[in-house]
Write a protein that binds this ligand. Sequence first.
Ligand code: B1M
Length: 211
Amino acid sequence: MNTLESLSQAVLSGRRKDAAALTNQALEEGIAPKEIVDKALVPAMGEVGEKFKRNEIFVPEMLVAARAMKEAMGILEPKLVAAGIKPEYTAVIGTVQGDLHDIGKNLVAVMWKGANFNVIDLGTNVPPQAFVDAIKEHKPQLVGLSALLTTTMPAMVETTRAIRSSGLPPVKIIVGGAPITQQFADEIGADGYAPDAGSAVDRARELVGAA
Ligand code: B1M
C-alpha cells in the first residue's frame, strides 16, 4: 500500500495520529498538498459517506473519521493557502432560527469539507437575515438549512423565502434534518433534500454541477 492509500485507510478508520504522520510522510515524499487532498482525503470521506448511507458505520465512526481528516487538513491547509489553491465551491450552512440541534448539521458540514467545499458554518438558531447576509458576503453556490424540530420547519420556509426574495444572484438551497422530507423540500421551493450526511455530499455535488 502506498502512502496515499495508507492515509486514506487511516482517515477511514479514524486513526488521527496516523493520519497526521502519513500526511507529513506524503509531503516528505514530494506529493503536492492538493494531490493528497484529492487522492487520499476526499476519497476517504466519500467512502465514509457511502458506508454511513448503507448503515455500515454510525455517527461515532463518522465523527472519528472526520477528526482524522481535520488533523490532516490542519497540516495541508496552510500549504494550500500559500499555493493559492482554494476549494472550487463554497457552501453556507446553518441550523434555522429557533433550533439548537447541531450534531447532524456538523456532520453535513464536515462531509462537505471532506468533499473539498469551502464551508461557512453559521451555527445554530440562525435568523433568515443572517443567511442572506452570509450569502452576500461569501457568495456561495450552495446554502444548507438544517432543522430537527417540527416547530422550526416554518423557519426553513421563512429562510428560503428570505433568500429567494433578497435580490441576490440565485443560489442552490438544500434542506435536511430528521423531520424534513423530499415532499417538504419541494413544497418550500428548495432545490434539494438529503436524508443523511453521505447523501448530502451527493446532492451538493449535483446541485453545484460537480457530479
Ligand atoms: Co432534541 N429533540 N430537543 N435535543 N433531540 C429531538 C430532535 C426529538 C425528536 C426528541 C424526542 O422528543 N423524541 C424532539 C423533536 C420532536 C419534534 O419536533 N417532533 C426534540 C425536542 C422536543 C427538543 C427540545 C424541545 C426539548 C425540550 O427542551 N423540551 C429541545 C429544543 C431545543 C431547541 O432546539 N430550541 C431539545 C434540545 C436538545 C439538546 C440540546 C438536549 C440536544 C441537542 C444537542 C446538539 O445538537 N448539540 C438534543 C438532542 C441530542 C436530540 C436527539 C436525542 C438527537 C438529535 C441528533 O443529534 N441526532 C433527538 C432525538 C433523536 O433523534 N433520537 C432530539 C443525531 C444526528 C446525527 O441526526 O440531526 O437527524 P440528525 O442529522 C442527520 C440527518 O437528519 C441529516 O444528516 C444527519 C446525519 O445523517 N441532516 C441533514 C441533518 N441536517 C441536515 C442538513 C442537510 C442534509 C441532511 O442539508 C443542509
